[in-house]
Design a protein around this ligand. Sequence first.
Ligand SMILES: Nc1ncnc2c1ncn2[C@@H]1O[C@H](COP(=O)(O)OP(=O)(O)O)[C@@H](O)[C@H]1O
Ligand SMILES: [Mg+2]
Length: 386
Amino acid sequence: MKEHNRFMNELFRIVNGSLRLDIDKVRNYTSFLADKLEKEGDKFSAGRLRKMLEENDQQLRPVDLGYARALPVDAESRFPLIERVNWRAVLEAPVVLTQDQRDVVNEFLSVAKSYALLDAQGAAGSINLLMYGPPGTGKSRIARFIAKELDLELYMARLDGLISSFLGSTSKNIRALFDFAARTPCVLFLDEFDAIAKLRGDSQELGELKRVVNSFIQNLDTIGPQSIVLAATNHEDLLDSAVWRRFSYRLELNFPIAELRRQLWLQFLKPFDFREREVELLVDLSEGFTGADIEEVCQRLQRRRIVLQHDPELKDAFQILQNIGIGEGKERRFLSLIRGNDVSAIISALRDRNAKLYTSAALAGLLGVSKATAYRRTLKRDEKNG
Ligand SMILES: Nc1ncnc2c1ncn2[C@@H]1O[C@H](COP(=O)(O)OP(=O)(O)O)[C@@H](O)[C@H]1O
Ligand SMILES: [Mg+2]
């Protein structure tokens, strides 16, 4: 039974393509199946399938083009609507998620993997996942992870690029995008998904816009359970409830809690030599920071190491953290409350926050002053506060 099911996903799609007379879909999935068979050691069947493709190609396309066909382009500008994300080129450590988030991703993955089985039992719904949350919390990275786990190509469409100044073209673009995904073995990733919703308020031509949103919904419906669609948005509140309902799986991402920040720091600090105690301080200081922020701190440490030729220390990380913490809309970040380099102010704020964690030794490391100085300052400050 298990053995039998392994190639059913492809077989169903090939049959579906034949019945709809969608030659491209049939060819793409046959080629994909041949690759899969070869990977699993059945060179003979793979060869036969490829031969069939070759012999029955009226357009005399080169075989080695495989299923990586031309990407769909904008109806007006001819710019590609979609971009292939080469996840194979990057070696990434696991995404850092809470248990609940991991459960959603794993369930989604197992459903996507056993589509044929579910379909045979009449239990296949659409395999759509909506990820929402602030920028830099790992949505794109999860998309890469999912494509990798399913061993499928990942195609990303930025929705803002899809929206043409000519509304008629927008509908055409949406259509072209979904047509492409329907006949290509892939994960389709709709990034900046809120662009479609934002559009509604921006324009005068409300009737026309409604049509665009509707065409989106329709396409999502008709692409059916055969394709895997991921969408990401930073503004979930902008999404239409009709659009929202189209996604059977939803994953909320947020500013990582302390335990996740610890894992993120450990992951990104790997090339350096930070002690556990120092990591603990960074975890606390980075409250309100995203995974992308933490990664940025570490990238800047790396740059300092190369340019200044010294191993980064805690005070370097603290400086960069402070620097990233500045800025509008960052009020969630505890560090944005401590501005500038007024040592007394910093000591005071940190002692207020957690006197047990921010000992004078810890403060010395953070501020890059001697232990004696930090001790004196801390003492002075604590005395003043009674
Ligand atoms: N939860 C996370 N786990 C691991 N890395 C993360 C996480 N969140 C953010 N990052 C890092 O930050 C970078 C940017 O994240 P990204 O996935 O592009 O965020 P988003 O798409 O939500 O804006 C990623 O490449 C990744 O290295
Ligand atoms: Mg992203």
